[in-house]
Design a protein around this ligand. Structure first.
Ligand code: CP
Ligand code: NVA
Length: 323
């Protein structure tokens, strides 16, 4: 039976202690995030075929089962290659095969896949589906994107910030556009790592009160405004994402609301001169960002995309070492 969608809350409603899932950044403390980022940097330095010394024993020979209910290029390819380069392997399972919650219960799928593989990545729409899978799996489950969050993406983004600007705690990040799943994971990261995040978004698409309450309770340095210029002024990292995410069925409304939130050269000029531009991709030039910005000298989007591979290695090693 299909899981009922749960209300989206700012903090993860399920935090299983074992196995070591990677479901959301708010479930990780600052020390864990530091370990993951340091390892991601080390993996990048080691190159495509990491030497034996940093090829984690826990990953060598392991199998990652990758369930993608929705399209993906970067997430799928980077997880697959991360496993291969660390001496493990992966298997891709489409929605067609698995039919999560339709052909059989999500719990039964979790139990069976846990007998076959060593870890599971899931990309799905409803975050509740991910939580149900994780609650019933005996191997680590990794969030490959839900309507709530995209934590693996943000680990690569933080890595990119550190490469370009130094310690991420010095980052002043400005999110411009829909306060969507990727923005949520930035909110988690800013709160856990203590850097400043400003979100410029139309009030209709702003983070709900549960997010604002969570930020307040956790002491996050996050402000929400409807004014993109205010958010970007003096920031050293400007971030945009598609105006229409997977699962959104109100594209016309979003395009109308988000028209004033395009990151163009004039907006980028309000940031610091060394500011970088990030976008998780795929990008839609002329909508959320102009070609001049995303293809310009301040754009770090292809480093960011490459860093998905290195960050996935760190996440996989961490999850599998916890088994
Ligand atoms: N950024 C990202 O997750 O890309 P894909 O949808 O191609 O995996
Ligand atoms: N916010 C986008 C990110 C794609 C990687 C989406 O959910 O579709």
């Amino acid at each position: 039976m299909m899981a009922k969608p749960t209300k989206m809350t700012a903090t993860a409603p399920v935090k299983p202690s074992t196995p070591r899932h990677f479901l959301d950044i708010d479930a990780c403390d600052q020390a864990t995030l530091r370990v993951l980022l340091d390892r991601a940097h080390a993996m990048k330095k080691a190159g495509r075929r990491p030497p034996h010394a940093i090829q984690p024993d826990a990953v060598r020979g392991a199998t990652l089962l990758m369930i993608f209910e929705k399209p993906s290029m970067r997430t799928r390819v980077s997880f697959d290659l991360a496993m291969r380069q660390m001496g493990g392997e992966s298997m891709f399972l489409s929605d067609q095969e698995v039919q999560l919650g339709r052909r059989e219960s999500i719990a039964d799928t979790a139990r069976v896949l846990s007998r076959y593989g060593d870890a599971i990545v899931l990309r799905t729409v409803e975050h509740a589906t991910l939580l149900e899978l994780a609650a019933n799996a005996t191997v680590p489950v990794i969030n490959g994107l839900t309507n709530r969050s995209h934590p693996c993406q943000i680990m690569a983004d933080l890595m990119t910030v550190e490469e370009r600007l130094g310690d991420v705690r010095g980052c002043v990040a400005a999110w411009v556009g829909d306060a969507n799943n990727v923005a949520h994971s930035w909110m988690h990261a800013a709160t856990r790592l203590g850097f400043e995040l400003r979100i410029a978004t139309p009030k209709e698409l702003a983070p709900g009160p549960e997010w604002l309450d969570w930020i307040k309770a956790e002491g996050g340095r996050i402000t929400v405004t409807t004014d993109p210029v205010k958010a970007v002024a003096g920031a050293n990292c400007v971030i945009a994402d598609t105006w229409v995410s997977i699962g959104d069925n109100d594209a016309d409304r979003r395009r109308a609301l988000l028209g004033p939130y395009r990151v163009d050269e004039a907006l980028m000029a309000r940031a610091t001169p060394d500011a970088i531009f990030l976008h998780c991709l795929p990008a839609y030039r002329g909508n959320e960002v102009t070609a001049g910005v995303i293809d310009g000298p301040q754009s770090a989007v292809f480093d960011e995309a490459e860093n998905r591979l290195h960050a996935q290695k760190a996440i996989l090693a961490w999850c599998l070492e916890g088994q």
